[in-house]
Design a protein around this ligand. Structure first.
Ligand code: CP
Ligand code: NVA
Length: 316
């Protein structure tokens, strides 16, 4: 399995098989256990990582930077205030240059196409650290966190409540489809996940045993193992805040909504950062069903596992 992953980019989980994702989940758990043991590894010695950011980040940046650096690698943070990308230089030319200097590239930015161009022209693995369409490294940490509460994710029910067309909801839809979960998006009709992705996932669901439901009815959370939400206005959509508040106020994750699951052992997930009092109330995100802080920690273990599995070994 690991040989099949070496040299691969991670732009979306659509490009990975269920078995490959399962391998990365199990490997992430091993990486977490190693970290807890205190043993020191230096598996990225001699390697370099470009961290390209068009948008802000706390978790993703810190997870990549610490995971890579503590294993002996050299991460270089490059915001678009520092480099030519987006100003004087095209993504193609940026990719060609970074590919000559770095072992891998992480990209967080506006367009999925930019991540695709970087992967095509750099010749090194590119990791999508969030674009308009996908946030795949987040989704792996989310499923790992779910499994820490319930064991194997296959057959479990995850409900995303909120902006159904955003990057986090879309990545969850893909990973749940691949791994055979029951995934429900509870969202107003105006914010429904796009039909093209729904069709693609529905076609894949037949072989994994997954089911996908998109509904405006919050009663659909009944029986859910996990309720997940994200901010109402993603980065770059700040001008739509008022419209989103109007559309999504009925979808706030609060105590009455959590009670609609009918279960006391269901968990609450959030990718963070959270706007408490908007998409989630403080009593839920900081209450007994909270798992968002475990998710945040798991970003580091999953990202380290992804890089360990995909970075080519040193030339002998
Ligand atoms: N969840 C997440 O991606 O957080 P950051 O925006 O802080 O990286
Ligand atoms: N949907 C959010 C996720 C942040 C981690 C955004 O894109 O801003």
């Amino acid at each position: 399995m690991s040989a099949a992953l070496q040299g691969r980019s991670l732009l979306t989980w659509l490009d990975y098989t269920s078995e490959e994702i399962r391998f990365l989940l199990d490997f992430s758990k091993q990486v977490k256990a190693e970290s807890a043991s205190g043993e020191v590894f230096q598996r990225f010695t001699g390697k370099t990582l470009a961290l390209l950011f068009e948008k802000r980040s706390t978790r993703t940046r810190c997870a990549f930077e610490t995971a890579f650096g503590e294993e002996g690698g050299y991460p270089v943070f490059l915001s678009t205030a520092d480099i030519q990308l987006g100003a004087k230089e095209s993504p193609e030319d940026t990719a060609r240059v970074l590919g000559r200097m770095f072992s891998a590239i992480q990209f967080r930015g506006f367009k999925q196409e930019t991540a695709e161009i970087l992967a095509k022209y750099s010749g090194v693995p590119v990791y999508n650290g969030l674009t308009d369409r996908f946030h795949p490294t987040q989704a792996l940490a989310d499923i790992m966190t779910l499994e820490e509460s319930f064991g194997q994710a296959k057959g479990r029910t995850l409900c995303f409540v909120g902006d159904g067309r955003n990057n986090v909801a879309r990545s969850l839809m893909v990973i749940c489809t691949k791994l055979g979960l029951h995934f429900t998006v509870v969202t107003p009709p105006e914010l429904k996940t796009d039909t093209a992705l729904l069709w693609q996932c529905n076609a894949l669901a037949a072989s994994s045993g997954a089911t996908i439901t998109v509904t405006a009815d919050t009663d659909a959370v009944a029986g859910a193992d996990a309720i997940y939400t994200d901010v109402w206005a993603s980065m770059g959509e700040e001008d739509r805040k008022d419209e989103r508040r109007r559309l999504l106020t009925p979808y706030q994750v609060n105590r009455p909504l959590m009670d609609k699951t009918g279960r006391r052992d269901s968990i609450f997930l959030h990718c963070l950062p959270a706007v408490k009092g908007e998409e989630v109330t403080a009593d839920v995100i900081d209450g007994p069903q909270r798992r968002a802080w475990d998710q945040a920690e798991n970003r580091k273990h999953t990202i380290k596992a992804i890089m360990l599995a995909t970075l080519p070994p040193p030339r002998s």
